[in-house]
Ligand binder design. Structure first.
Ligand code: NAD
Length: 439
């Protein structure tokens, strides 16, 4: 099948390369000419494990091309829409990129073609776009994406489920999408067909649930800190219950990235618009709990050091999660800014995200270090904010020798506390009491 993917960011570039790897002919379109040039050379414009290799391999087959000229979508039958839907000032999703991309694509749509939304949008967007597209004779579907950055290729090729939102009784569209996803369906991946509005809601509801689960355990962490209890043991114990499950119960500095924070805010805004604001009011608290964890890291440091002014603080991790260079709404960016505001000298490192942080946050006053060792040299405290394997595997004995003060704030609860304490470190972590155990 000939496919276009409009918008080649974290979602679209992976989708384009993955579809080409399945044997489809794919043209990826982006308005960012530099991004298109890079992609055409087989270079991902961001870090995603395996993506450079997949781009190079699929471009070599001749089945994957990139262009910034929308006219190049004309030969495609299925057009995936994967442009960004960032947060606007009001908190609602900003649909300007979706609207611009659809307007630019309309001249190239016609009977028998299908426009498939993958971007995360407020419920009702697809109905509005369907009306715009209808005069061309093309159909419109919504096919939300659930990929996780860091595992994006695998999640695209082998998702937990595939959801098609289609207009009432539109069996033709279902058939076309089944042909696109034939490989996954043949391997038994379940596919659910819904109306357009439900498909849009499935995505924001899934993210709202995940965000709630994280904030739930972080709320328990706040209580555990007050009463000298241990949130990690608590998560292990409640997580054994199948109805609860242990995943997404890791207390720490909380969620960030280009999806969860903006999607819950967009969901709140849209719920209010449709007269159901009370139904998602709890998500405001989910958001607040999440942001409080960032304050708590700074508080913990202040508790330990007494004075942040002039303190040299090493921050390990800048990306919002490991195996990614995505710094959008990353807790670490926020914490670095707060530490600087409190007078600290911050030196930060990340295996992949330094360049992205420099580009996206030129305002940050921070020294970047190439390695954890360099960042920790002479540090008065170390804060772990992204759980990269190389940080989890640091040797507390060796690192003890380079820091000025062996104080570790484990913002992700991933270090082997006993080992660090045995090596002479004082360890504080979120949701693990006053740290008495480490005294
Ligand atoms: P992104 O910002 O990385 O990529 C968006 C791309 O669209 C950019 O390359 C931009 O240049 C391009 N673009 C903007 N306007 C365009 C236009 N008119 N024509 C062609 N290209 C245009 O964003 P992303 O993270 O890939 O997210 C895209 C959408 O997918 C969002 O709605 C997001 O919520 C959703 N989503 C993202 C993920 C994820 O893990 N990143 C997962 C699921 C869903």
């Amino acid at each position: 099948m000939i496919i276009s993917v409009i918008g080649c960011g974290y979602l679209g570039a992976v989708h384009a390369a993955s579809m080409a790897s399945l044997g489809h002919d794919v043209i990826g379109i982006d308005v960012d000419a530099r991004r298109v040039e890079k992609l055409a050379r087989g270079e991902a414009p961001f870090f995603e494990p395996g993506l450079d290799e997949l781009l190079t391999a699929t471009i070599a087959t001749g089945r994957l091309r990139f262009s910034h000229d929308m006219a190049d979508i004309a030969a495609a039958q299925v057009h995936f829409l994967a442009v960004g839907t960032p947060q606007s000032e009001s908190g609602a999703a900003d649909l300007r990129y979706v609207d611009a991309a659809v307007a630019a694509a309309i001249p190239y749509l016609g009977p028998g073609t299908l426009l498939v939304g993958k971007s995360t949008v407020p419920v009702g967007t697809a109905d509005r776009l369907a009306a715009l597209v209808a005069p061309t004779g093309a159909a419109l579907a919504w096919n939300p994406e659930f990929l996780r950055e860091g595992h994006a290729i695998q999640d695209t090729l082998s998702p937990d489920r595939i959801v098609y939102g289609v207009a009432d009784g539109d069996g033709t569209t279902v058939g076309i999408l089944d042909a696109v996803y034939a490989d996954a369906l043949a391997r038994g991946v379940s596919r659910l067909v819904t109306d357009l509005r439900t498909a849009e809601l499935v995505k924001v509801a899934a993210n709202a649930f995940l965000a709630t689960k994280i904030s739930f355990i972080n709320a328990m962490a706040e209580i555990a800190e007050k009463v000298d209890a241990d949130v990690v043991a608590l998560a292990d114990a409640i997580g054994r219950d199948d109805r609860i499950g242990r995943r997404f119960l890791n207390a720490g500095v909380g969620f960030g990235g280009g999806c969860l924070p903006k999607d819950i805010r967009g969901f709140i805004a849209r719920s209010e618009e449709v007269g159901a604001g009370e139904a998602t009011a709890f998500l405001r608290e989910v958001d607040r709990i999440n942001l409080r964890r960032r304050d708590r890291i700074v508080e913990l440091l202040a508790e330990e050091l007494g004075e942040l002014q002039g303190a040299r603080i090493a921050v390990l991790g800048i990306a919002f999660k490991p195996e990614s260079d995505d710094v959008r709404d990353s807790p670490a960016i926020d914490v670095i800014g707060r530490l600087h505001a409190a007078g600290a000298d911050v030196v930060a490192t990340d295996p992949r995200a330094i360049e992205a942080a420099r580009r996206a946050h030129p305002e940050l006053v921070v020294e970047y270090a190439a390695t954890a060792r360099e960042a920790m040299s002479d540090a008065g405290a170390v804060v772990l904010l992204t759980e990269w394997t190389e940080f989890r595997e640091l040797d507390p004995v060796e690192e003890r020798a380079v820091v000025r003060t062996p104080l570790m704030i484990d913002g992700r609860n991933v270090l082997d506390r006993e080992r660090w304490i045995a090596a002479g470190w004082r360890v504080r972590a979120l949701g693990r009491g006053s740290g008495a155990a480490s005294r």
